[in-house]
Each structure stands twice: as C-alpha cells, then as structure tokens.
Write a protein that binds this ligand. Structure first.
Ligand SMILES: Nc1nc2c(ncn2[C@@H]2O[C@H](COP(=O)(O)OP(=O)(O)OP(=O)(O)O)[C@@H](O)[C@H]2O)c(=O)[nH]1
Ligand SMILES: [Mg+2]
Length: 213
C-alpha cells in the first residue's frame, strides 16, 4: 500500500488488507448503501459487479455491453445494498447525473491505457464536465473512488514509477479536481482479469467505506 499526502493512493495489487477483510465485509453490508459505477464503455464496470455477485472468473470476464443501466440489490450475509451499473455510452449522461445526485459512494472507472495514449483522454474530460458540479453540490456523497483498471495489460505494472506517472499526469489531476479533490477521492489501480485481482480492489473499496461509516 502506498499512501501519499495530498491524496490517497492505494495500490490494490499490493496486498495489505487480508486481515480483517471478513469483518470489513460484514460491517460494510450491514447497512443498505447506494453505490454508483460510472466510466466509459469497456472499462470493467459490469465485470466488477459480476465478481461482486459471486460469478466465476469466466462468467465475470464475458463481455456484456450495458445499454442503459442495471440496478442490483446484492445480498451478502443477509444484508442487501443497491449498486447501479451505468452504461458507458455518452447517451447515458442524463442518467449519470441523476445517479450522481442520489448516491452515497461513486466509483469512477477508467482504463489506465487511456492516460498514456495521445488524444484518448478526451472522453474522461467530457465525463468530468458532466458530473463535477453534481459531486460538489451533492449532500449524499461520502467518498469517490477513482479506479484504474487493466493494469495487467501494462508492461510496467509492477513498477511504482509507472503509477507515479499516472498520478503526475494532467488527466489524473483533472479527474482528482473534478471528482471532489484529495479529501474526497481514493484512487486504486488494479486489474479485473482474475478473481484474485478483483478481490484486491474490492477489499480496498470496502475497507475505505467501512472507515467512512
Ligand atoms: N485484461 C483485463 N480485462 C478487463 C479488465 N476489466 C475489464 N476487462 C474486460 O473488458 C471487457 C469489458 O468489460 P465490461 O465490464 O463489460 O465493461 P463496462 O465498463 O461494463 O462497459 P459498458 O457496459 O459498455 O459501459 C470485458 O471483456 C472484461 O472481461 C481488466 O482489468 N483487465
Ligand atoms: Mg457494462
């Protein structure tokens, strides 16, 4: 785990929350909370939810494009919570805004490769323009997660400097500023290519939310 001042960065692929995870799950799911997952198409929003629902790795990794939105009430330990998976198309922006206004926790997913490819970060900038005012005016939002996925595809993914480059990039700073700033945001980098890697991300999310409640 790497924590720095100014913002919270947690490298999900570095295990650090094995202890207390069961307790974290129990506490986390003891109250119904609203979570919204946003991000452009193909970043892993539905994959994340499928893992949360207990699907196998094979099932979770099948591509299923979300057209509008899907609401899930996920029960673990007899307690349910509402999680909204939004389609990543820009045609869903109106619904995104509605969800942002009404959510307790927002998870914004992006594919880390979009940070380094020239001219591919325009979509993230557009997303930020849509949602930023609602985040700053929301009375409900307790925490926003920036989740960088597809780290398994990056050849330098086991190198700290690689993640520092993302943190130092202009587009990351734009995300951080628009999603509520360093006090509001928790950043996680990881992969959804396996159940093990999913667990590293979800355990971190749950732990942070737990600390918030
Ligand atoms: N290798 C790798 N594949 C991933 C990762 N995250 C998601 N995928 C794959 O990317 C594809 C798209 O993932 P989805 O979860 O369907 O994407 P989405 O964000 O829900 O996309 P929309 O529903 O179109 O908005 C799937 O085939 C996943 O298996 C990752 O971290 N690593
Ligand atoms: Mg989807």
């Amino acid at each position: 785990m790497l924590l720095t001042t100014g913002y919270t960065m947690i490298r999900a692929f570095v295990s650090g929350f094995a202890d207390g995870v069961t307790k974290a799950y129990k506490t986390f799911f003891s109250n119904k909370k609203k979570l919204t997952i946003l991000g452009e198409s193909g970043v892993g929003k539905t994959t994340f939810i499928k893992y949360l629902k207990g699907k196998t790795e094979k099932e979770a990794l099948e591509t299923t494009q979300t057209i509008n939105s899907e609401k899930e009430s996920i029960k673990i330990d007899k307690v349910s919570f509402d999680i909204v998976d939004m389609g990543g198309s820009k045609t869903n922006y109106k619904s995104w805004v509605k969800q942002v206004k009404d959510t307790d926790y927002l998870l914004y997913f992006f594919n880390i490769s979009s940070i380094f490819k020239k001219d591919t970060d325009y979509r993230i900038k557009d997303d930020m323009k849509q949602i930023n005012e609602y985040i700053y005016n929301s009375k409900n939002i307790k925490k926003v997660f920036i989740i960088g996925t597809h780290c398994d595809k990056a050849k330098d993914c086991d190198n700290d400097q690689f993640y520092q480059k993302i943190i130092d990039s202009k587009i990351y700073k734009i995300m951080l500023a628009n999603l509520g700033g360093s006090d509001m945001v928790c950043t996680i980098f990881g992969s959804l290519n396996s159940t093990k890697n999913f667990n590293k991300i979800s355990d971190t999310v749950i732990k942070v939310i737990n600390d918030e409640e």
